[in-house]
Design a protein around this ligand. Sequence first.
Ligand code: FES
Length: 176
Amino acid sequence: MRTVAIHAVPEEQLTHVTFDATMEERISELLTHYPTRRAALLPVLWLCQERYGWIAPGVIEAVAARLGESPAFVQGVVTFYTMFYTSPPARYVLQVCKTLSCAVCGGRELLEHLKARLGIDLGERTQDGTFQLIGVQCLGACGSAPVIQINDDYYENLTIEQLDALVDELSQGKEA
Ligand code: FES
């Protein structure tokens, strides 16, 4: 499995967003799958996060204009779902499952190990912008606990040794 790093576009470049031809084509194609423009909001936001790395206020404005919604409505949706980043994320976002199955199968130890190794707490990111640590509820893979999601990928049945090897690789700029 290869975990692709997030490249977050700086906020100053997202003040006034105009979708280029590629984005416009992808949005138009998405809209053909939904009965209304509003119904396509989540996939359009997902597409934007894939493209810009996060959902900046300027992106919210552009999506709202494209779908005929108010920026306040779009912002409400963006802030409701934790999967959308409302500030530039680190290159690798480590989401550690804190729910029971993972917690009792080694998840607590993985989390404490990560905190100590990276020198950050939950909700923080390393100074070099490589890692960000988030505690999440059940990732739906309890049968292979403990689980950590890194960007879009799941790492299951993780041991501290495997996690260390993974962090080593990602730190060195290798995609895992
Ligand atoms: S408890 Fe961790 S994936 Fe379900």
